[in-house]
Design a protein around this ligand. Structure first.
Ligand code: CAA
Length: 411
C-alpha cells in the first residue's frame, strides 16, 4: 500500500430481516417463475418492515462498518439515498446521533438516484487525500419500490451499506481518475408526491448501457487503463442479469471483440451472489456487489476492480480500485452471511400488508408495531418528528433515548 493510498478501510452492509421468494411472487402475479429467477436473475427480495427506513438501515450498516475503526477520527458523514425521510434534514444527522459520532463532523445527504453513493465516495476520497478530513463515513441506503403488479415489482429490494474512507485502505485503495456521463433522460424518476418510482424499464436498460460505454471511454482516456488491466468488474445491479447485459457491451466497446460466457462469468459472477438474494438497493447496490465479490472469491493483492455506478436520470461513473494485501481479514463476511441466513420469509399477502403500511401524516403520536430489526428501529412519530431507538444493550446508552435530544445552547 503506497504512503498516499486513500480508500476503503472498512465496509459493512445491512439488510432487513424479511424477504419474499421470487417464485412465490411470480405465482401470485401469474408470471412464469423462470422469468424472475433466470430472466431477471433474482431469487429473493428483501422487504423493509414498518419500523425500518433508510435511517435505521443506514445506522445498522454503519454500526457494523465502524466495528474496528477509531470513530473519533470520523470528520464527515455522507449519506446517499433516493428514498430519504425528510426534504430538508439529512438522514446523516440521525445516523450521526444514533452512533454517537463526534459533534465536529460535517453531515450531509447526497442525491442523484443510485449514483449518489459513488459521488459521495469520490468526494470522501478527495477530502481525505487533501488532508482536510481524516476519515469519512459514507452511508448508502434505499428502499426500492414500484407499483404492485408492475414489471418493476420483482426488481424491488431494501438495504444499506456503509464504507469508511481513510488513509488506511485495509480493503481497497481508490485509484485516481474516473469517467462520467450525464444526460437528461426520463428513464426512472419519482415526483415528490409519489411513494413508488415511475419507470420506462426497457429504455432505462438502454440508457444504463449507453452511460456505461461513454463513462468507460472517458475513464480509459483519463487513465490509460485498458480492459485487460482489470481482474474483475462490479456493476450497479437493479437486477443481476443487468450486469451480464452491461458487461457484454463493455467487452465489445473496450476490446472490439465478444467474450465467451465463461470468461464473462469469471469477470462478474462472484459480485452477483448477494444482490440475487436481496434485490435492488439503489444507492447501496454497487457496494453490496463489491462485498459479494470480495467475500465469495479470493483475489490477488493489487488486483484491480473496475466499478460502474449508474443513477437514472442520468449519471454513469466508471472508476477503479486496487485490492490491499490481506483484505479478506477485514471483511464482515460472517455477519453478512448471518443476516442473509436469518431472514424470515413473508407470504405474498404479508408482504403486501407491509407494502401498504403508512405512517400518519397529521402529526399525531403513533407507535410503530415492533418487528424484527437490527440494532436500530423507528419507534414512532410525534409532532411530525421521527423517533428512533436502539434495540440492543450493546448500543451506547446515549443512543437509547426515545426522543431526539435537543442540544441545549450553552454559549
Ligand atoms: N424464462 C426465462 N427467461 C424469461 C422468461 C422465462 N419464462 N420470460 C421472460 N424471460 C426473460 C426475457 O427474455 C428477458 O430477458 P432478456 O432481457 O435477456 O431478453 C427477461 O426475462 C425480462 O423479461 P422482460 O424484458 O419481458 O421483462 P419486463 O418487461 O417485465 O421487465 C424490466 C423487465 C424492464 C427490467 C422491469 O423489471 C423494470 O422496469 N424494472 C425497473 C427498472 C430497472 O430496473 N431498470 C434497469 C436500468 S435503470 C437502473 O439501473 C437504475 C435503477 O436502479 C432503477
Amino acid at each position: 500500500m503506497s504512503a498516499e493510498a486513500v480508500g476503503i478501510e472498512s465496509v459493512g452492509f445491512y439488510v432487513p430481516r424479511y424477504f419474499v421468494d421470487m417464485r412465490r411472487l411470480a405465482a401470485a402475479r401469474g408470471a412464469d417463475p423462470d422469468k424472475y429467477v433466470h430472466g431477471l436473475g433474482q431469487h429473493k427480495m428483501c422487504v423493509a418492515p414498518p419500523d425500518e427506513d433508510v435511517v435505521t438501515m443506514g445506522a445498522s450498516a454503519a454500526h457494523l462498518a465502524l466495528r474496528d475503526v477509531d470513530e473519533s477520527e470520523i470528520d464527515s458523514v455522507f449519506f446517499a439515498t433516493e428514498s430519504g425521510v425528510d426534504q430538508s434534514k439529512a438522514a446523516a444527522i440521525y445516523v450521526h446521533r444514533l452512533l454517537g459520532l463526534p459533534s465536529a463532523c460535517k453531515t450531509v445527504e447526497f442525491k442523484q438516484a443510485c449514483a449518489s453513493s459513488t459521488v459521495a465516495l469520490l468526494a470522501a476520497r478527495a477530502l481525505v487525500a487533501s488532508g482536510m478530513d481524516r476519515k469519512v463515513l459514507v452511508v448508502a441506503a434505499d428502499v426500492a419500490r414500484y407499483e404492485l403488479g408492475s414489471p418493476g415489482e420483482p426488481t424491488q429490494g431494501a438495504g444499506a451499506v456503509a464504507l469508511v474512507v481513510s488513509r488506511q485502505p485495509r480493503i481497497m485503495s481508490l485509484e485516481e481518475g474516473h469517467g462520467a456521463h450525464t444526460e437528461d433522460v426520463m428513464d426512472f424518476w419519482r415526483p415528490n408526491y409519489r411513494r413508488e418510482a415511475l419507470v420506462d424499464g426497457k429504455y432505462s436498460i438502454k440508457v444504463y448501457i449507453r452511460s456505461l460505454c461513454e463513462a468507460w471511454k472517458r475513464y480509459h482516456a483519463a487513465t490509460g487503463r485498458a480492459f485487460a488491466d482489470h481482474q474483475r468488474f462490479c456493476y450497479h445491479l437493479p437486477f443481476t442479469r443487468m450486469a451480464e447485459k452491461a458487461h457484454a457491451h463493455l467487452v465489445v466497446t473496450a476490446t472490439g471483440k465478444h467474450a465467451a460466457r465463461e470468461e464473462m462469468g469469471r469477470h462478474i459472477d462472484a459480485g452477483l451472489v448477494y444482490n440475487r438474494e436481496i434485490g435492488n438497493t439503489y444507492t447501496a447496490s454497487l457496494y453490496i456487489a463489491l462485498c459479494s465479490l470480495l467475500e465469495n472469491e479470493e483475489l490477488p493483492a493489487s488486483g484491480r476492480i473496475g466499478m460502474f455506478a449508474y443513477g437514472s436520470g442520468c449519471l454513469g461513473i466508471f472508476f477503479s480500485g486496487l485490492l490491499t494485501a490481506g483484505y479478506r481479514e477485514f471483511l464482515h463476511r460472517e455477519e453478512h452471511l448471518r443476516q442473509l441466513r436469518e431472514r424470515t420469509e413473508l407470504s405474498v399477502a404479508e408482504y403486501e400488508r407491509m407494502y401498504h403500511f403508512r405512517l400518519p401524516e397529521d402529526g399525531r403520536r403513533f407507535e410503530v408495531p415492533v418487528h424484527r430489526t437490527g440494532p436500530f428501529r423507528l419507534a414512532g412519530v410525534e409532532n411530525h418528528q421521527r423517533i428512533y431507538e436502539g434495540t440492543r444493550p450493546r448500543v451506547r446508552p446515549d443512543t437509547q433515548s426515545q426522543h431526539p435530544v435537543a442540544a441545549e445552547t450553552t454559549c
